[in-house]
Design a protein around this ligand. Sequence first.
Ligand code: 5GP
Ligand code: ZN
Length: 115
Amino acid sequence: MKKPDCIFCKIIEGTVPSTKVFENDRVIGFKDLHPAAQIHFLFVHKNHTRDVNEMMVLEPSQIGDIFSAIRELTLKDGLQDNGFRVVTNTGQHGGQTVFHTHFHVLGGEQLRGFN
Ligand code: 5GP
Ligand code: ZN
């Protein structure tokens, strides 16, 4: 299910360009436009939900689809050798700016800790 005014739905449809790093029938991964680390991908499910809370209510199996995709890509890319970080920002305090549930995958360098 797509939402007409959603930028990530447009990326999924191909009407907005992106650099894809992963795709299967349920999930795509693409490069973030403004990378916050040497490697910065976004993983999204092809069926639109607004955030991880809505995903867990409406389509909880999507979380497995997305983490399977992340595992597949990070294995293939060698990111699993040195590790990586997965982040999902939720709502205003979480700093979410795009309201199609997405998981940031960050790596390729030593990432700073939270404290
Ligand atoms: P959020 O702040 O919602 O957690 O993350 C949204 C992310 O989407 C940001 O890191 C931003 O750089 C990225 N982004 C926003 N618009 C586009 C776009 O049109 N293409 C791509 N590839 N990334 C985008
Ligand atoms: Zn969407």
